[in-house]
Design a protein around this ligand. Sequence first.
Ligand code: ZN
Length: 416
Amino acid sequence: MKNSLKVFENIGELLTLEGASRKEGRRVTEADLSIIPDAVLVSHSGKIVWAGPAAKFSKDILAPFGGEREAEFIPLGGRTVTPGFVECHTHLVFAGDRSEEFEWRMQGQSYQDIAAKGGGILSTVRATRTASAPELQVLAQERVDRFVRQGVTTLEIKSGYGLNFETEKKILTVASQLKGPRIVRTYLGPHSRSPDHPDLQSYMERILAHDLPKMAREKLADRVDIYIENGFFDLALSQAFFAQAQELGLPISAHVEQLSDFGGTALALQYRPQSVDHVVYVSGETLQKLAQSETTAVLLPASDLYLKMRYPPARELLDQGARCALSTDFNPGTSPTQDLSLVGVLARVEMKMKLAEVLSAFTVGAAHALGLAGAVGSLTTGKASDFAVLDCSWRELFYAIGRHPVTDTYRAGEKL
Ligand SMILES: [Zn+2]
């Protein structure tokens, strides 16, 4: 990859999303997809050095990078090219599955009944603690490959199925060794009550005194996350967690307002998080504050579908100027799907998002959510040559659930 010069030519339609990127993912319209018909994209050392119409391409463009003789020409057969998708919220490293519990839930059994049978998050925690790192690696890599086949070039992965330092570290280490896309590792120790502690408070004390500083010292995570909700981490415990993460220089994200209007969004916004995720019950003044902040609202409609909950107020957020991202929330309990097309269709059908907004949410918006907007999410000069090649028009994206029109996925100019 070093110093390699590649000319991707005969691109039928190149969606650079330059406009969406310039607007930092806010109030995006179809014009902001910045579509170039019959285009050429030039990549050098994994980064874009030129993108434009074939009519304006000349061999002189290659001169500063060694000239035509150094270049590899890759014809894309008139296909469509979009920025690689950024999956900004997954719980991808886990063992076991919760398929049996799904059936129980659909038959109307309560969470308490299911927990009494040994189900729920703690069943995933038991399986993940028991699994060896190599076992987890194999399971996780298969899932990563499934994302890559859908055009994903950047992937966020949370811990949170260890609920003790040792297993949280195992999960984040596995995540860092996965092959394919860029990986962003998020420490989600405060995901739920730990079976090793009598209550949430004593687990949080352990996190603050030991786990979180050690995560930072050993550079095991790129950012942190917490589950704020009635019956999970309350506002006081969450505030203590944010304060320490900020002191340690770790960027913040949070699961907020998924099941109720609990106040997590308003609290998190005081700490300038990269993202607040779910935001189903956000409204009024808090919604307005979020829309005007630098924080990205990450919307996760597949989990709303599985939980038979309502969907987040996407239209209101977008119309007030919020930057939104979309993601699968892939996890074995509340969103066992990895299907980006399902998420995009739900956004269009249930949340009234326009196709251009969905595309921007999966690229520019999600890149912002991970603090990577300077490097990925759009196909403009200086950014990574991370893109997906489609065998159809971009208008067929997020239209047919389960159809993945991606033929090739390139990261830093290399085919994955
Ligand atoms: Zn989640």
